[in-house]
Write a protein that binds this ligand. Structure first.
Ligand code: FCB
Length: 463
């Protein structure tokens, strides 16, 4: 670790140990293509739905923020790898932009310049001794596959799953010799939110479309796993998916309230895992569709495709929700929250991991995102973010408790390496352990980054 990081004695003095976390644990940081890359037209990249979203809708209150520049990672990726090295991270989770590889989302052509960008990135990561975790879809559907003018509707079109599987196989063919950890999609539940409400592309605002989009997305995931496994002979390749979970707690300990919380958990979160690990959907999901008259087109054989074996499961965790008898959110003022309004409750993280592990036969788990948007204070070139240190400390401790309770968690990746574009909230919510100056895009490791680097160094030293 460079002297610059070592010299922060005040932080170093209070570095906790996480003794129950295994010594071969992978400590990392996460990002996503649209949130950091910028360069929307470079080297033949095709537009994606977020380019369009910002052009059409913008976001009231957040000025002209969009992904055109983001963190200019496309130009400054060398520098970002240096940061990963300085932090002493074991792994780097990033996503690839589908429309850099296939500008219209479909084969058979390949935009080699786009693919080369990721190939160089992966080579440099490996040279730095950093394990790449790749996610093939972090919300940036190629616009040509989801464009009202040409009649395409993204995940609502079943054939988009075939195009996705084709792209996934192509990626494995070219990068599978160097990348072992592959995730198909990031957070289907949030992708689906883009179909049922505003605030996320494509912002269809049609609740009736949610489950169909979710089902087709899971089907695309299953087809992609089949195609990737057929495209590689490398036995070190491990295929998974990244799901997000929030604890759903009943507001009152009444039967009605508890039942509402269970329903919400099943219809928002558990149905993805049921589909993936059990090849069926919970009855509450089917009931909800029937009660609302929402047609769910599940064809013969779909569930078997969805339930391909998973080599690992990525879990993203941020917060918990408290619901009333009707299943609606109840918010109380007396709990700590992040700038997203998300309640900070690390014990709920441990509880959720333990619950999932008790209810399902989980494959090895990697925490693929966890972090907080909180207020930073910059003084004389130093970025202080004690609240983020507290948040990370509490959550890594909770994760350790889950490991003690028997959950097979093998890695933790903080969201996020960089202050980046928080989707429709623009740059107004910063999650980074590295500050990015919005004027000159210079990077400064925050106190939380220094703290995290020291946690990792201490953990390795012990091993
Ligand atoms: C997750 C997303 C990630 C980021 C964090 C704050 O849901 O996967 O891109 O926006 O939330």
């Amino acid at each position: 670790m460079p002297n610059k990081l070592r010299s922060h004695r005040s932080i170093k003095a209070s570095i906790p140990s996480f003794r129950a976390i295994p010594s071969d644990f992978l400590w990392g940081a996460s990002t996503a293509a649209y949130q950091i890359e910028g360069a929307p037209e470079a080297d033949g990249r095709g537009p994606c739905i977020w380019d369009r979203y910002f052009k059409e809708k913008g976001h009231p209150g957040f000025g002209k923020d969009n992904g055109d520049v983001a963190c200019a990672h496309y130009q400054r990726w060398h520098e970002d790898i240096e940061l990963l090295k300085q932090l002493g991270l074991d792994s780097n989770r990033f996503s690839t932009s589908w429309s850099r590889i296939r500008p219209t989302g479909r084969g058979p052509g390949v935009n080699w310049r786009g693919l080369d960008f990721y190939s160089r990135l992966v080579d440099a990561l490996l040279e730095a001794g950093i394990t790449p975790f790749i996610t093939l879809y972090h919300w940036d559907m190629p616009l040509a596959l989801q464009h009202a003018e040409v009649g395409t509707r993204g995940w609502l079109d079943r054939d988009v799953g075939d195009h996705f599987a084709d792209y996934a196989a192509l990626m494995v063919k070219h990068l599978g010799d160097r990348i072992n950890f592959w995730a198909t999609v990031n957070e289907p539940e949030v992708i689906v939110a883009g179909y049922i409400c505003d605030g996320l592309a494509p912002a269809y605002c049609q609740p009736s479309l949610g489950y169909q989009a979710g089902h087709n997305l899971l089907l695309a995931h299953g087809k992609a796993l089949q195609a990737m496994r057929a495209a590689t002979a490398n036995r070190a390749n491990q295929f998974g998916i990244v799901l997000n979970f929030n604890e759903i707690a009943p507001h009152r300990q009444t039967d009605m309230c508890r039942a509402a919380a269970t329903r919400r958990w099943e219809t928002a979160y558990a149905w993805y895992l049921d589909g993936l690990l059990r090849a069926f959907y919970p009855q509450s999901v089917l009931d909800r569709c029937a009660a609302n008259g929402w047609d769910l087109n599940v064809q013969a054989g779909d569930m078997a495709i969805i339930a391909q074996a998973l080599d690992w499961l990525g879990i993203n965790w941020y917060t918990r929700f408290v619901v009333n008898e009707q299943g609606n959110d109840v918010s109380s003022d007396d709990v700590p929250r992040t700038l997203m309004g998300w309640e900070i409750d690390a014990p709920a993280f441990a509880r959720t991991l333990i619950k999932l592990n008790g209810e399902y036969r989980l494959p090895p788990v990697y925490i693929t995102e966890n972090g907080a948007a909180l207020k930073d204070r910059s003084r004389r070139g130093i970025v202080h973010d004690d609240h983020r240190i507290d948040y990370l400390h509490q959550h890594i401790r909770a994760l350790e408790q889950a490991i003690v309770a028997g959950v097979d968690v093998r890695g933790y990746s903080v969201w996020s390496l960089l202050d980046n574009l928080e989707w429709s909230l623009g740059f107004s919510r910063t999650f980074g352990i590295v500050h990015v100056n919005r004027t000159n895009l210079n990077r400064t490791i925050k106190d939380s980054g220094i703290w995290y680097a020291n946690v990792i160094a201490k953990h390795k030293h012990r091993a």
